[in-house]
Design a protein around this ligand. Sequence first.
Ligand SMILES: *[C@@H]1O[C@H](CO)[C@@H](O)[C@H](O)[C@H]1NC(C)=O
Ligand SMILES: *[C@@H]1O[C@H](CO)[C@@H](O)[C@H](O)[C@H]1NC(C)=O
Ligand SMILES: *[C@@H]1O[C@H](CO)[C@@H](O)[C@H](O)[C@H]1NC(C)=O
Ligand SMILES: *[C@@H]1O[C@H](CO)[C@@H](O)[C@H](O)[C@H]1NC(C)=O
Ligand SMILES: *[C@@H]1O[C@H](CO)[C@@H](O)[C@H](O)[C@H]1NC(C)=O
Ligand SMILES: *[C@@H]1O[C@H](CO)[C@@H](O)[C@H](O)[C@H]1NC(C)=O
Length: 863
Amino acid sequence: MEATCSYLLLLSFFLLLPPRAFAAGAVADTFSKGRNITDNETLVSADGAFTMGFFSPGVSTKRYLGIWFSVSIDAVCWVANRGRPVNDNSGVLMVSDAGSLLLLDGSGQIVWSSNSTSNSPVEAQLINSGDLVLRNRGSTTMLWHSFDYPSNVLLSGMKVGNDFWSGAEWHLTSWRSADDPSPGAYRRVLDTTGGLPDNVVWQGNAKTFRTGPWNGLWFSGIPEVLSYSSLIEYRMEINSRQVTYGYIVKPGSAPTYVVLTDTGMVKRLVWDAKTQAWQTYYQGPRDVCDVYGKCGAFGLCNSSAAATSFCSCLKGFSPASPSAWNMKDTSGGCRRNVKLDCGGGRTTDGFLLLHAVKLPDTHNATVDKSITVDECRARCLANCSCLAYAAADIRGGGGGGSGCVMWTDDIVDLRYVDQGQDMYLRLAKIELPLPPPSSPSSSSRQFPTAVVAGASAAAVVAILIALLILVVVRKRRRRRRYTISAAPVPAPVVPYTEHQPSPTPSAPSADHQLSPAWSVPSVEPPSPASARTVPCVKLSSLKEATGNFSKSNIIGIGGFGIVYEGHLLDGRKVAVKRLHSSLIDEGGETFMREVEVMSTLKHDKLAQLLSYCHEGNERILVYEYMKNKSLNIYIFGEDPRLRALLNWERRLQIIRGVAMGVSYLHGLCKEVIHRDLKPSNILLDDNWRPKIADFGTTKQFVVDQTDPTLVQTAGYTAPEYILERYLTLKCDVYSFGVILLEIVSGQRNRTTPMLLSNAWESWNQGTINELLDSDVAHPKPELLFELERCVQIGLLCVQQSPDDRPTMAAVVTMLNSNISPIPPPKRPVPDGRTESPLRGADRSSTQEGASGTSRDSYTIYLT
Ligand SMILES: *[C@@H]1O[C@H](CO)[C@@H](O)[C@H](O)[C@H]1NC(C)=O
Ligand SMILES: *[C@@H]1O[C@H](CO)[C@@H](O)[C@H](O)[C@H]1NC(C)=O
Ligand SMILES: *[C@@H]1O[C@H](CO)[C@@H](O)[C@H](O)[C@H]1NC(C)=O
Ligand SMILES: *[C@@H]1O[C@H](CO)[C@@H](O)[C@H](O)[C@H]1NC(C)=O
Ligand SMILES: *[C@@H]1O[C@H](CO)[C@@H](O)[C@H](O)[C@H]1NC(C)=O
Ligand SMILES: *[C@@H]1O[C@H](CO)[C@@H](O)[C@H](O)[C@H]1NC(C)=O
């Protein structure tokens, strides 16, 4: 079905080609000496998938020779004259007598050359893979081909890495900007020098992002690939001749490519014929923990632990500079608390299991694929410079993997990741918990015999002390999850091999659901059969919980129904949203679809849907209860004490949290647009941590891009939606920007029409003090600095043009760093414009809390 679509698409592409270009199509996919390609001509591969010709990127008027996907001229995958554009339409591509491809400008100057040579006639062909190949006529040997000179895109069949025999090296280089394909700031290089191949993004000589090492099946930091393994197959070659990586699109799959963007992002895009747009299946860095070395040496990043700035030290380590760490500068890393005890052929050290991590940088690690993980453990223990080990390949070893990686340097860039690997960290015995009483013999077997012999009464005392310390440490750090093992514990096996049917995008496996950090890509909305929805509860028990929906339990009334406080039998409080009877869809299919979508969205920054009820004409949603109600109560509070309650630390924490929640919704592949972000939809828990509510009005982006029945609220709606009904993720970015500026200023955008321009003015003049809500105690200097960055980010989010707004992932990165650069925002367009077009009874809303009606949107407000 999908294949048919793209086939039809290609057909229509040919039919729609302007006649002039079609004349060029007559040269088909091949040309040779005597047949020049001028600016108005193109070469099209035999199957029509790729086109080569001259183009101007973005707003540039300069001309470049490039190859792009025929379905979308914006998807340029290769550029010949990257740094040397032709200034007008006079460019000519020709084959020279000496056997090279030459690009000449109007004055006959060589702008670019393939530098190939041949004595016999050559011809150039754009083959179906998108590779421009130069060979001798009638020969199959390539003299030159464009895949050897990658730009910023990795296509199916290309490879990056090293050929050690020829000395060749292939990597991607970003464009300088969307309008300028000359080599930009970022490179994506396959690191083949270290223990295991790892895709590293470099900015100058600083690493910015790693995918994590190859684990035998995928790059360990991006398990997302498992969810689209029906689309592509990885090709990793590791042998004495070469270490290279690439992928092959499986037959009949949609067009897809990997791009390194001008901002250093790596994206996997897949063409969706239905919406005629590229869908992002993967994007990295995906969160703050992907920022290289975020937590420094021996630090560990947890993307759900915003409250502790995401970073913690590994067990047995403490911040190298506690003061810097307190200031949220974690890059200095951590130091070992208790020295290792190793030397003279004996050691009392042991290992601590870290479960589900992206393995740290293996650049200086030692790899031996030929031994087992048990042998690896013994080898690491016997070598006093070995600080940690892990399996080199997750396959084999009866589930525990096989092979051996040993680290002797600092452990850098370690994070938790869904479906991550197990790693064993060497620690002094006193830092380790006691082995379970049942297995003392199995644990001592792992130690060199000298150690066993050395065990004495002193050891018993040490163990007792360790036990005491352990109890204290456990109490203090209960929230961290470390699994302890004395002997290697078999790692959970990933239910996937190259030959097994892979998980289909619409049927996420249980493992995928474990981590809130990313969602399983889905091209289709979850079908009732595959989605794992929250439980259905009986109407009678909800009646019981709310005192038969008694008035005294009402905590909110909105256009869509009533919200009650409910008390479950186990003592838990919940928020029960009972939809208005006028909104009940017959059969409840729409309702169930929304429930399913909401059930798949799990993140600690989203208010969690706990259960639902669908009985007769009742449609009820049960959410977790938020003690502190919603954000608007505080930031717009009449009572200055309410405003003061949210001090600047809390406000910054809320801004970061909301950004993470929205970024999760925008996620990797699911791309859920919230559509109605506003302070009354942001709930606060007992610790003033935000949770986004009412994402029930969201729609999966892929379902419909321009839904005319959109629910939005005046003051938060992006101009392009108001004016053109153009709905993208960037609409949420706009709403987020407004909320951010409202949180900082305590003013409503809707009632303070100059809020955005005033904010820009203050930022531009360096007087953001004047913007800050004066009911909140004045911030400390370092907070003022963070607030200033925050305002700048907020201003970027409310830029008039959606393209000028950052993605939410970029917002999260900027918000969580004190150093990452933030582009200067342009002055926002006066806000009056965003107000006036909101007319018509169906969507104008004079009071926040009411909003447009739509039969398939369920929106109730908790306030
Ligand atoms: C392209 O432009 C050149 C020069 O302007 C012209 O001679 C030629 O006929 C055009 N080719 C096509 C295919 O239109
Ligand atoms: C191809 O272009 C070159 C350089 O502009 C020119 O010298 C040559 O005559 C052209 N050949 C044809 C067949 O147009
Ligand atoms: C061809 O050679 C020139 C001069 O050495 C060099 O600048 C250019 O990058 C080479 N082109 C390719 C495609 O390798
Ligand atoms: C990450 O942090 C969150 C929030 O503190 C916590 O619930 C979760 O267990 C942590 N994850 C791991 C793997 O420790
Ligand atoms: C690898 O070793 C070099 C040289 O000692 C050092 O500069 C670099 O930081 C190390 N890299 C890692 C990731 O440990
Ligand atoms: C310990 O391991 C390192 C790194 O693998 C190696 O260079 C060194 O020779 C080993 N030392 C001993 C004593 O085996």
